[in-house]
Structure formats: C-alpha cells, structure tokens
Design a protein around this ligand. Structure first.
Ligand SMILES: [Zn+2]
Length: 672
C-alpha cells in the first residue's frame, strides 16, 4: 500500500519508501488532470464556484506529495531522490504548462473575470480571480495565434540565452586558477582559508602550494584579508571581467538579446517595458515608484557613503601609504578598520546563545506578541531523528499549526536556512484546515563537550526563518494559493526581517541571551557593539545595493533597442553611485546572474524595499513598546494572517496607519 496515495494529515515519513514517489506523482497528476477536465467539460455556465474555486481545490494530493518530496530533496536527500527529482520535474513542468495553455479552461475563467462586477465576490475572491486570470493573460492567453506563436518563440529563445549566460559565467569562474607557491603571497589570510587553498591545490593535481579561484569561498576571504595588493588587483580584475573579454565566453551580446526579448515580450502583452510587466504584480507597482524609491534613498545615503569612503581612504593612507583607494582595496581596508573600531568576535558572543535558549527565546517572543504556545511532541512522524516537532496553540488552546524544526547540517541537506511547509492552510466546508510549517537551518552543532552555541548571525537567521514561519502558522485565509507566504515577493520578507529586530533589543535578549555556564544575561555593552558594527559602512553598502537596483531598472525599465555598448550603458547607470575609480576592463552586467539568469529582473530593488518595510514596521513597535499587544495584534490581523488576499500596500496601511517611509531605516542605519 503506497501511503502517498491515500489522504494523510502529517506526512507519513517513516512509511514512505523512495520507490513510492514516482507512481504517486503519476497517479496524483492523472487525478488532477481529471479534476480539471471535469471543470472544462462542465455544461453548466462558468461561475466563480464551479471554475475558480474548483480549480483552486484541484490537485490537492499532488500538492501534498510534491511538498513532501521536494522538502526531502532539500533537507534529507540522496542519489535516489535526486534521480527521481530529475524524472518528475519535467513531468510537473509539463503538467503546469498544460494548465496555463488550456484554452477551454481559460475561456471559462475569462467569462467569470468579465462578469466579476455582477458577482458580489469577497475581497479575497476578487484577488483569487485576478491572480488566476493574470496567470493566463500574462502568459499570452489573450493574444492572436501569430502573436502567441511569437511569444512561445521568445520564451524558448530567452531560456536558451539565460542558460548560455549562466554557463559562460560558470566556465569563466572555473577557468581561472591562480597557483601560489610563495607562502608570503598569502600573508594576512586566516589559517582556515589557507588550509582550504592548500587543499584546493592538491585536488587540482598540484604537488604543493595554494590555489586561488573566483569561487566565493576562495575569492571573498582573499579580498578581505590578503596583504598582497598586486594579487588582490589581479583577482579583482579577473572577477570583474567575467564574460567581458570579447572571446567565446563573452556575454555582451547575450545581455542585449535578453533585454530586447524581454522588452518585446512585454510589448506583445501590452506593457510599456519589462519592468511595467513585472511590477504589475509587486507592491511597488510601477517603475516610476521604484525609481523614486531608489533615488530618495540615494540622496539620503550618499553623504554618509562619501564620508565613510573618505574615512576609509584616510585609514588606508595611514596604514599603508595608499594614495588612491581602488576597488581591490575596499574590502581589505574595511575589514581592518572594522576590527580596529569594534574588535567584536563571534567567540565572545556565542556562550550567550545556546541553541535551546534561543529557541526558547523566539517562542517566548511569539507568546508575548501573538499569544502562541509551543508544545514539543514526539508523536509526529519525521524524516530524521534530529527534527523536532511542536504543536502550536493559541491562548484559548485552539490548535494553530504544526511546527517542524531541523537545525543542524547533514550530508543530505543543502546549505543555507529556509522556511517551508508540508501542508498549507485553507478553509472549506466550514473547516479551518491548519498548516504544517517547517524551519530548516545549518547551525553549529553541539560537540561532546559543548552544547550548540550560535553565532550572532545564526541567532538573527533563526529569528528570520521563524518570522517566515509565523507568516505560515498564523495564516487565516480561505484559499490555499493566497495563504501564508503566498504574497507579492517584495512583501514576503517583511515578517522575517521584522522579527530579526528583537535580537537587538535589551528587553528581548534578557529573556534568553544567558551565558550557558553562568546564566549571566548578555552585557549591554556587547549588545551596543553588535548594533554599532551592524551599521558599519552602511552608507557605502546602501550605495552599492542601490547601484545594482539602478542598473537592473536601467536594463528593464526602458526600451533597450538603441543600446549598442553594454559597458557604456552600464557606466551611465552607475554614474551617481560610483565611489571607486573606474576600471575599463570590468563589467557588472555580463556577470549579473541575478537579473539575466535568475528571477530578479526588475526586482533587485526589493532587498532595500524589504528593509524599509521592516524598519518602518518595527519603529511602530518601538514607539509603543516592543511587546505591545495592540501593535502585535494589528500585525497579526492585518499582515500575518492575511497572506496574499489583498494588495500588500492596503494590508500594510491598515496595520501601520500610513504607507511605509524610509526614515526609520535611515535612522536605524545611522544615515540621518
Ligand atoms: Zn527570508
């Protein structure tokens, strides 16, 4: 009996064998197809219920199987699971395409959409209808046959170009190897980084010496710590000139082609530019708003950035007689200056952040703010013995959610930290079906002599992922595709980032930041140091982020057909944010994978956007007290529980009483 094929509540991990997945996927896809056929072959005229709602609740078993499988593939994978993933991923992609290209399904959806004003739909229903309709129209469902054909051609060509773009960068990264044989060239580098470089040399077949590459784990420490300025320059230029050498790995043509195809696609669908197309489904809404936002921040951050740059220049001059600070000097002298100003190291802080204490701390914060209670239980099936399970209740003992926590690295777990779910939340037939939420991290494990002691960065990561977790756990919507974290993506980091703020507050730290041996609460001067070092060179950092956002908007917010010279165009976009002398041999665009390969086109601004949101939201808590029940309740009612049921700006204003302003971020960052 394949347990994946019958309905289940908590995922039945211990009963699942790998060979169950593929047949389960196939069966569930067939069932979902039959459900969709039932919708399209319905002889009754389309209604919200028999079309939009029926589609929304179709394929539920498929969703459950997918979430179990892909969560396993991230957190506890093996070769067998990876092989299954390669087999089922194209099938799932095809299944998704068959839906968005299903013309009779779209016809019914369109009929409902065009009659929406007569239907007396709730706000959530209107949002669902809009979202569903747009998922078809933004994919060309309304176009004539020849335009549809062109759109498919563009999509096919774009995905090839994106692939090529990424392959070129990867090939460039792998091509560069710097074999060091004189140990003095590595002066300044920490022991760990040196060992890794020696290891790398061996793995590349060298008998001795050290190997430097353009991979982050090799490149970043070298730029930060290596004394040898000439070598730093060489590595920096190699890094900055990836796919910009006019050879077969050059990406300039690809950049122009991708930008032009995106523009053409947007025009086909009736949008002025690609940015207009993308931002239609973002909180920022329009390119004009993004530009205003970026430029407002730029104006405020620039004086601080120039001040910090002068300070850094002065420091480098004094230290090593550097007359002109270059790009390859930045992170080296910044690190030195930071050490000099703060001398804050992880080992000093870690004893105050025993993992169990931090978990208890984040639970206490959730209890004080939202009245949640976490009960650790042992009767819920897990995929690994290290996974902890909790039942979450509110103050009235109503069941809210199941929470899984999987904290430490393992061979089968990918790097990083994330929130995910095994089951989403929805309401149907009078029942509020509660979600199963999970946090997966890679925190420092315990040793035979020491418990798991977290770095401060790990502490904020735990709060961050738990913030996403709360967004999932407190979801209270009707439709699963609008539930929890299913929001516009420039809004999704608000709950996670806002929760990080509690890690810097005395009142919150007093609850859990206690020395694991003595029980002493973390001294306030250490907390102050953490805060100060967190905003070190904030002006320069901000300028850098803004420069990427402006470059992204330059490529996607205008008609690119007249652009001939990638580098010249880029220089123009960077003009207002430059601090370092120009280097003609480097180019950012030809290696800007975020926007030309990944999904960040017209979206790079959202990093700063999310910071503005979280700072503005937390300022409200600060005004009224960080554990103020009223503010917390508003946040729960208007943001956390609402998912994507309404426009995020509307939700935010209901919580805050006004649109977010940049001032709170500027103040927190010390830029005012
Ligand atoms: Zn996040």
């Amino acid at each position: 009996m394949n347990p994946l094929l019958s309905p289940f509540d908590t995922a039945p991990f211990s009963e699942i064998k790998n060979e169950y997945f593929k047949p389960a996927f196939l069966k569930a896809m067939a069932d979902a197809r039959a459900e969709i056929n039932a919708i399209t072959s319905n002889t009754v005229a389309p209604t919200f219920e028999n079309t939009i709602e029926a589609l929304e609740f179709s394929g539920q078993q498929l969703d459950r199987i997918s979430s179990v499988f892909f969560n396993l593939n991230s957190a506890e994978t093996n070769e067998e699971i990876q092989k299954i993933a390669q087999e089922v991923s194209p099938l799932l992609a095809e299944f998704g395409n068959d839906i968005t290209l299903n013309e009779s399904l779209f016809k019914r959806i369109k009929t409902v959409y065009e009659n929406k004003s007569q239907l007396q739909l709730s706000v959530e229903q209107q949002t669902l209808l809009e979202k569903r309709y747009k998922s078809f129209s933004r994919n060309g469902a309304n176009l004539s046959e020849d335009k549809k054909k062109r759109l498919r051609e563009i999509d096919a060509e774009s995905s090839k170009l994106k692939l090529k773009f990424g392959e070129n960068i990867l090939a460039e990264t792998n091509k560069y190897q710097k074999h060091i044989t004189n140990e003095a060239d590595l002066n300044g580098l920490p022991e760990g980084a040196k060992e890794a470089a020696a290891q790398l040399a061996k793995s590349k077949g060298k008998e001795d010496g050290w190997m430097l590459t353009l991979d982050y784990p090799s490149y970043i420490p070298f730029m930060k710590y290596a004394k040898n300025r000439k070598l730093r320059k060489e590595l920096s230029l190699a890094f900055g000139s990836k796919s910009f050498k006019g050879d077969e790995l050059d990406n300039q043509e690809n950049v122009l082609k991708i930008a032009n195809l995106r523009h053409e696609r947007a025009n086909l669908l009736g949008y002025t530019t690609h940015a207009h197309f993308v931002l239609e489904e973002r909180m920022a809404e329009t390119p004009e708003k993004v530009h205003t936002f970026l430029n407002e921040l730029l104006e405020k951050a620039k004086p601080a950035a120039i001040r910090e740059f002068k300070q850094l220049e002065g420091f480098a001059k004094k230290e090593d007689g550097i007359d002109r600070l270059e790009k390859w000097d930045g992170s080296y002298y910044s690190e030195k200056l930071k050490q000099k100003l703060f001398s804050l190291d992880d080992e000093q802080l870690k004893p105050y952040f025993k993992l169990e204490n931090v978990i208890d701390g984040v639970f206490q914060v959730a209890e004080k703010l939202f009245g949640l209670q976490f009960e650790e239980v042992s009767d819920i099936d897990t995929y690994h013995e290290e996974v902890k399970t909790y039942r979450v209740f509110d103050l009235e003992k109503n069941f809210i959610s199941i929470f899984y926590a999987d904290f430490h690295p393992r061979a089968g777990k990918r790097g990083g930290a994330w929130m995910t779910s095994f089951k989403s939340q929805w309401k149907r037939d009078g029942e509020n079906v509660r979600p199963h939420i999970s946090n997966v991290c890679n925190f420092t494990p315990s040793t035979p002599t020491k418990p798991s002691l977290l770095t401060f960065n790990e502490v904020t990561t735990l709060f961050h992922e738990f913030g996403h977790g709360l967004h999932g756990m407190l979801a209270n919507t009707t439709y699963p595709s609008l539930s929890g974290t299913s929001v516009y993506w420039d809004f999704v980091e608000l709950p996670s980032q806002v929760l990080e703020n509690w890690c810097y507050e005395k009142e919150a730290l007093a609850l859990f930041a206690k020395h694991y041996e003595t029980g002493e609460v973390i001294p306030m001067e250490l907390v102050q140091k953490i805060k100060d070092s967190a905003t070190f060179q904030e002006g320069m950092q901000t300028l850098k982020q803004l420069s990427f956002g402006l470059l992204d908007m330059a490529w996607h917010g205008t008609d690119p057909s007249d652009i001939k010279n990638v580098k010249a165009y880029e220089d123009q976009a960077f003009a207002a944010t430059n601090l370092y002398p120009e280097t003609p041999e480097t180019c950012m665009s030809t290696a800007f994978a975020h926007i030309f390969q990944g999904g960040y086109a017209s979206g790079y601004y959202s990093y700063k956007w999310a910071e503005v949101l979280d700072a503005d939201a937390f300022a409200y808590f600060k005004e009224e007290g960080i554990f103020n029940k009223e503010v917390a309740t508003k946040f729960k009612e208007h943001v956390l529980s609402k998912g994507g049921t309404e426009n995020p700006m509307v939700l935010y204003k209901r919580f805050r009483g006004a649109e977010p302003k940049v001032e709170a971020l500027l103040e927190r960052a010390g830029l005012l």
